[in-house]
Write a protein that binds this ligand. Structure first.
Ligand code: KG4
Ligand code: ZN
Length: 325
């Protein structure tokens, strides 16, 4: 079995995955949403302190499995430096104490493998990752051949929902709150501009849309927020669909997947389904419980890396806050 740890942002999670069967034997996650919601976003130092409390508590429950562990996998990049360190230090301690190898896992690859928890992999794949930290399209041939073909030049998709929610005083994380509010709103009430709609670039940008939302919020009263939320969600998704359409002119996907916390957004899912229909492309989605950050996806990558012998050196494994894909 492999024990995996995730602490790249505001979720403390540990999983245990059986190597031969890919079965998820144990998974527990303690989220910090409540603690950060008063600030309208994640406070890194607070997150690190909460990980330091939560991770040992979860690990305690894993003790019966210690004798069966063949390796420990841990998210080492990208993420918040101070929170990644909590997981990596714990993984190093486990590696030394149990004398098992350590595997440093890239969190973005983890999101891709959230599609394959308790399943075999299916490649090649075109993947849209929409999370709090990233908005990017990747061509995935296999674990070691991943090419990013489009990414955000500024804010991410999920982050723009978080910031819009903060402006309206809704709380954190903003994605589900904005989605709920948008449900009864008028999508056409605010004529926000689709970002980069005149640019030939296949890239994403959310900072301009965020500023348009800010101006609309400043002029509106609370009863009008639902229309702002609906119009914002409509344009945020239209931006992704427009750029994917452009990309599909040269590369036609056979299998397309949406992963990351914001892949839970039902309007995004429905619009991408519509986009893929004429291509006859298959859409893969993670189970709802594995869209947001979790340790099961890190464990699934861990199994793949274990089988390929991709271990890290205990001395050289360091946290890296930036994306390396
Ligand atoms: O993958 P994730 O849990 O963490 C990162 O790796 O960043 O993604 C969290 C992000 C947050 O920005 C959250 O607001 C967004 O995903 N999110 C959503 C929805 N659910 C979560 N965004 C839009 N619609 C949703 N339903
Ligand atoms: Zn994530």
């Amino acid at each position: 079995m492999i024990l995996s740890i995730e602490s790249s942002c505001d979720d403390s999670a540990i999983a245990i995955t059986e190597i031969a069967t890919k079965k998820l034997v144990f998974h527990k996650k303690i989220s910090q949403e409540l603690e950060h919601s008063v600030y309208g976003g994640v406070v890194p130092e607070l997150a690190a302190r909460l990980h330091a409390e939560a991770l040992p508590k979860i690990l305690e429950e894993c003790k019966p499995y210690f004798k069966d562990l063949k390796a420990v996998a841990v998210t080492s990049s990208p993420g918040l430096t101070v929170t990644l360190i909590e997981g990596v230090v714990m993984a190093k301690a486990i590696s030394i104490a149990l004398n098992i190898p350590i595997i440093g896992v890239n969190h973005l690859i983890g999101h891709i493998y959230s599609l394959f928890i308790e399943k075999e992999t299916q490649f090649p794949l075109t993947v849209l990752l929409v999370s709090g930290g990233h908005t990017q399209v990747m061509e995935v041939k296999n674990l070691q051949e991943i090419k990013t073909v489009a990414k955000s030049m500024d804010d991410s998709f999920g982050e723009s929902f978080d910031k819009a929610a903060k402006m309206m005083g809704l709380g954190y994380p903003g994605g589900p709150l904005i989605e709920k509010l948008a449900h009864d709103g008028d999508r056409k009430r605010h004529n926000f501009t689709i970002p980069l709609h005149q640019s030939p670039l296949i890239a994403f940008s959310y900072s301009g849309l965020k500023n348009s939302v800010r101006l609309a919020v400043e002029k509106a009263n609370e009863s009008e927020y639902k229309d702002i939320a609906a119009s914002f969600e409509y344009i945020a998704v239209a931006h992704i669909v427009q750029k994917l359409k452009k990309y599909f002119k040269t590369v036609r996907p056979k299998t397309f997947a949406i992963v990351g916390g914001a892949s839970a957004n039902l309007y995004l899912r429905s619009q991408i389904e519509k986009l893929l229909n004429p291509y006859g492309a298959k859409l893969l989605l993670s189970e709802l419980q594995y869209c947001s950050d979790n340790a099961a996806m890190i464990g699934r990558v861990g199994v793949e890396m274990y089988e390929k012998g991709l271990f890290s050196s205990l001395e050289e494994l360091e946290v890296c806050p930036k994306s390396v894909i």
